[in-house]
Write a protein that binds this ligand. Structure first.
Ligand code: SAM
Length: 281
């Protein structure tokens, strides 16, 4: 750490998700020495800068102005150090940033990442669910039908699922997950690294019941354990569903319907539907 200017380019800086003590010394150093900080919300980042005694100029960079300001930021990186931060955690993870990195890369600028807090990874370390394979799916869609389709797509994935959610929608999301994914182990991690950090574990149905009436406050990560062998529908059951659907629909539509129910890939089900038609025909 010194007072020399940073070399020009883009610096991706992870910031705390609650506890300011989680800002790394290297991140603080880059935020102090950068020529400009592109911040999702400058009021939020101003608090962080006060905490480390930095007076670095900021410019807003978020989903609503990104298209307009990105070319200016890319131009600035030619001779200056531009740091990117979001309100909390790691930029680009359910947060703005990937297009800035893409364009900085295309322009040939140096890109440096300063790793640090990320709610998804922190929640994974709290939950006690299998962590060898996990899939981060961000926020599910708000509308029930789009949310159910998204859950159906995730159903057959053999990995722990990690989702971001807000308190008011938690109960409905857990109920939808329980309805589609069955009796899986799950966890709700809340307010990580803050005073009221909590991680509640149980089956999806238990958690759905617990949060049905009383939406919790604060920021939330949902984790769902991978499907057990017992959760996968038996081959005969899938064939019964396909036969029943084939009585009403063509093979492509039948495969699509059963894929939505079971979460199995449509392409596999289509092949099985054609085979069933051949065998039965
Ligand atoms: N980029 C951030 C990261 O690295 O985690 C995530 C940004 S996303 C817009 C915000 C969501 O992250 C919140 O709605 C919540 O689901 C989750 N989150 C952020 N801070 C959290 C915390 N302290 N505890 C639990 N979840 C948190």
């Amino acid at each position: 750490m010194d007072d020399d200017p940073l070399s020009p380019g883009l610096y991706i800086v992870a910031t705390p998700i609650g506890n300011l003590g989680d800002l790394s010394p290297r991140a603080a150093d880059v935020l102090r020495r950068a020529d400009l900080i592109a911040a999702e919300d400058s009021r939020v980042t101003a608090k962080l800068l006060r905490h480390i005694g930095a007076k670095t100029p900021m410019t807003p960079y978020h989903d609503h102005n990104g298209e307009r300001v990105r070319p200016e930021l890319i131009a600035r990186m030619k001779g200056h150090a531009v740091a990117l931060v979001t309100d909390a955690g790691t930029p680009l993870v359910s947060d703005p940033g990937y297009k800035l990195v893409r364009d900085a890369r295309a322009a040939g600028h140096a890109i440096t990442t300063l790793p640090g807090p990320c709610a998804a990874i922190a929640a994974l370390t709290l939950a006690g669910l299998p962590s060898d394979r996990f899939l981060f799916a961000g926020f599910l869609p708000a509308k029930a039908s789009a949310r159910d389709s998204a859950i159906a797509e995730l159903a057959s994935i053999r990995a722990t699922l990690i989702l971001y959610e807000s308190g008011p929608r938690l109960g409905a999301t857990l109920a939808a997950l329980a309805g589609r994914l069955g009796a899986r182990e799950a966890a709700v991690a809340r307010e990580i690294s803050k005073a009221f950090e909590q991680c509640v574990t149980g089956s999806l149905a238990d958690l759905a019941a617990r949060y049905a009436e009383t939406p919790p406050k604060g920021e939330i990560v949902i984790l769902v354990g991978p499907p057990g062998e017992a959760d996968a529908p038996a081959t005969e059951d899938v064939e019964t569903m396909l036969r029943e659907a084939l009585a009403r629909l063509g093979p492509s539509q039948a495969a699509s319907e059963v894929s939505k129910i079971t979460g199995q890939p449509k392409r596999d089900l289509y092949a099985r539907a054609l085979k069933l038609q051949e065998d039965d025909g």
